[in-house]
Design a binder for this molecule. Structure first.
Ligand SMILES: *[C@@H]1O[C@H](CO)[C@@H](O)[C@H](O)[C@H]1NC(C)=O
Ligand SMILES: *[C@@H]1O[C@H](CO)[C@@H](O)[C@H](O)[C@H]1NC(C)=O
Ligand SMILES: *[C@@H]1O[C@H](CO)[C@@H](O)[C@H](O)[C@H]1NC(C)=O
Ligand SMILES: *[C@@H]1O[C@H](CO)[C@@H](O)[C@H](O)[C@H]1NC(C)=O
Ligand SMILES: *[C@@H]1O[C@H](CO)[C@@H](O)[C@H](O)[C@H]1NC(C)=O
Ligand SMILES: *[C@@H]1O[C@H](CO)[C@@H](O)[C@H](O)[C@H]1NC(C)=O
Length: 635
């Protein structure tokens, strides 16, 4: 179902070169059933851009275009064009952009007719036209100015030697989503200016003798490549970006010897080692001195020898996640000096070694989902720039700052730039005092460490830095760690524990969001509620056995302050007079009045009684004095 057909005319007076003069738009009345077969005959003179996309044009002729030849830009996307008048574009000497995508040009191609010269066209879109092998030639045969062509989403199976021979100015060819099985030798040789070639989503099985020295960007993602080999020439290849992801390569590609490659993606292949293809003459190492980004994630690598990085002096990002690497070690100071991000997540790492003063630029290290249990205890202190460390889903224990350590533990003190630390799901059983002293953590995730026993001073040292603290699903019943001194703390997640009381906070606290979902809270300490009220913005409180009438301060906060309770639907409380828990929003002062009225009556009765007693005494006293007085007077 196509969008409703529409017509837009864009008038660009005076050539429209100056971006400062606003273009003049004119549109014809648009009815929903407007389905044009041609441009209106009253098309104004001087129209440079015609957008006839999503209409019903079938025959593209001079008549269809109202005999205008002055177009710069013609958009005929999504019509039903199956015929183009040969020579139609010959006299359109200003036509630079021609969009013929989503039409039926395969029908035209069956007539084996050329559309004639595309005199000035620089950009041609022929995508989604049902074209198959040999058909694109009828459109490209005489297109000397053509720089960019898109043939996406057709059914081309072969790129022949002469496919692009009529369009020697091409710089950019898009062949994404065809069924290309074969590329004839020399098919791109005539294209001296070709810089970008997208062959992604095809069926290419093998590239041998890759020799396109001027190409800068090559995308071969989503093919069936088993082999990628460049010619063994000493010539400089200008290739900067090579995407080989989602193929079937079991060997590292053989890259040009003399290269300036910066971006290499070999993710989702069948790499089992980083060795280049078998034959002995290809064993010589190719230097990848310009490489910045290397993605080899989702392969079957079992190891990654240090020597692999000898010739990668500029690497910044290394992604080898989702492999089967069991050991990773960098001991040579001169290796990977520029690397900023290493992603080793989801491997089977048991050993990890960094030598003294290695990896000086490493900022982010992803180690989640491995089998790390024993590490050199000072390993992370060796990484001077590390600020982001993901260690969740391992089996680590944390050292204390004194010397009574668990035998296999790792230390997190004095890591001078570390801001982010995820230690969730590590089966941590204790968190000793001062565990993060002199480490300026902003975020600490300790969730999913069931039964974690935190020392009272576990978080001391983080007073001025910690902003996010996550302690989800730890089965904590009593949080005796002091959170009130963490002056920067803003976001706290304590959900799914067994807490029976709120952690204490005072007026100095700046908590903005607090998650207390799914705990055992019955009453909430009123002074803590008051302390929270001035900074709190978001509160999750669902699934707690709250008492309705013993939390009137909390109730007031929920109902009258600006605090947002996103899970308010599930925040219920228990009231003696109701069999079901009551939603917190429905609780009123009156519901808890029973108790108050009783108290009130008792107080009133007592006051009355006392008053009466006092009055009685007073009267008695007065009378006796009066009598005394009288007596003395008479005496
Ligand atoms: C398109 O042109 C052909 C022949 O040139 C003609 O037979 C056909 O009727 C035309 N179709 C339309 C919709 O004008
Ligand atoms: C290569 O093509 C794929 C599929 O079309 C696309 O997802 C990917 O982003 C492209 N690679 C690069 C480096 O642009
Ligand atoms: C590999 O890691 C890099 C950097 O962290 C990331 O940009 C990229 O998306 C990852 N690759 C895959 C396949 O997820
Ligand atoms: C690490 O790699 C995995 C997959 O390879 C990716 O999903 C994840 O986003 C990467 N991590 C980062 C932070 O880039
Ligand atoms: C820490 O890791 C866990 C498990 O992978 C994840 O669910 C959680 O979102 C991470 N924490 C943060 C703050 O990113
Ligand atoms: C959670 O803690 C309670 C005691 O507070 C204990 O009885 C229970 O077994 C713990 N649950 C798990 C799954 O460890």
């Amino acid at each position: 179902p196509a969008a409703p057909p529409a017509l837009l005319l864009l008038l660009l007076h005076g050539g429209g070169v100056r971006a400062s003069s606003p273009p003049h738009h004119a549109s014809l009345p648009c009815r929903d059933d407007l389905s044009l077969r041609s441009a209106p005959i009253n098309l104004p003179r001087g129209v440079h851009m015609l957008d006839l996309s999503r209409n019903q044009v079938q025959n593209l002729t001079e008549e269809t275009l109202a005999y205008h030849t002055g177009f710069h830009h013609l958009n005929l996307h999504a019509n039903k064009i199956h015929f183009i008048q040969p020579g139609l574009f010959k006299d359109m000497t200003d036509l630079r952009v021609l969009d013929l995508s989503r039409n039926h040009l395969n029908v035209f191609a069956l007539s084996k007719t050329n559309i004639g010269p595309l005199t000035a066209v620089e950009s041609l879109d022929l995508s989604s036209n049902g074209l198959y092998t040999g058909m694109s030639e009828y459109f490209l045969a005489d297109s000397p100015a053509l720089e960019t062509v898109s043939l996406r989403g057709n059914s081309i199976t072969k790129i022949a030697q002469d496919t692009f021979s009529g369009s020697s100015s091409l710089t950019n060819i898009n062949l994404h989503n065809n069924v290309i099985l074969e590329i004839e030798d020399g098919a791109f040789d005539s294209l001296a200016h070709l810089t970008e070639l997208d062959l992604s989503k095809n069926s290419i099985a093998c590239i041998t003798d890759f020799n396109l020295c001027n190409l800068k960007v090559l995308n071969l993602s989503k093919n069936s490549l088993e082999l990628f080999q460049s010619t063994r020439s000493a010539e400089l290849y200008r290739l900067v970006s090579l995407d080989l992801s989602e193929n079937k390569m079991s060997h590292f590609p053989l890259l040009p010897l003399n290269n300036i490659l910066k971006y290499l993606d070999i993710s989702r292949n069948y790499l089992q080692s980083v060795e280049v293809t078998g034959s002995p003459e290809t064993k010589n190492r190719v230097f990848l001195n310009h490489l910045r980004y290397l993605d080899m994630s989702y392969n079957q690598l079992k190891s990654l020898p240090e020597s692999f990085f000898y010739c990668m002096g500029s690497l910044e990002v290394l992604n080898v996640s989702n492999n089967c690497i069991s050991s990773f070690s960098i001991t040579n100071k001169r290796l990977l000096q520029t690397v900023k991000i290493i992603n080793l997540s989801y491997n089977s790492l048991q050993t990890l070694t960094f030598g003294e003063n290695t990896l000086p630029s490493l900022e982010e290290l992803f180690l989640q989902g491995n089998d790390l249990a024993v590490l050199d205890r000072k390993i992370f202190q060796r990484l001077p720039s590390i600020n982001h460390l993901q260690l969740q889903q391992n089996n680590l224990q944390i050292c204390t700052s004194d010397h009574q350590d668990p035998p296999d533990c790792v230390s997190f003190t004095s890591i001078s730039n570390l801001h982010f630390l995820n230690l969730s799901e590590n089966s941590l059983w204790t968190l000793p005092a001062n565990a993060f002293a002199n480490t300026p953590l902003r975020l600490l995730d300790l969730s999913l460490n069931l039964g974690l026993d935190m020392d009272k001073c576990a978080l001391s040292g983080l007073e001025n830095s910690l902003v996010h603290l996550l302690l989800r699903e730890n089965n904590i019943s009593n949080l005796n760690t002091d959170l009130s001194s963490l002056r920067s703390l803003k976001h706290v997640d304590l959900s799914t524990n067994q807490l029976t009381s709120l952690p204490t906070w005072n007026k100095e606290s700046s908590i903005e969001s607090l998650n207390l979902q799914n705990n055992n809270l019955v009453t909430l300490d009123y002074s803590t509620i008051l302390a929270l009220e001035h900074s709190l913005k978001t509160l999750y409180m669902g699934s707690n056995p709250l008492s309705c009438c013993r939390n009137l301060g909390f109730l007031h906060m929920v109902q009258h302050s600006a605090v947002v309770v996103p899970d308010i639907e599930t925040v219920t409380c228990i009231h003696e007079e109701y069999s079901e828990p009551v939603n917190i929003e429905k609780v009123t002062q009156e519901m808890c009045h029973g108790l108050a009225v009783q108290n009130y009556i008792i107080v009133v009765v007592l006051t009355l009684l006392l008053g009466m007693v006092a009055l009685g005494l007073l009267l008695k006293c007065f009378q006796s004095r009066k009598r005394k007085h009288n007596r003395s007077f008479s005496a």
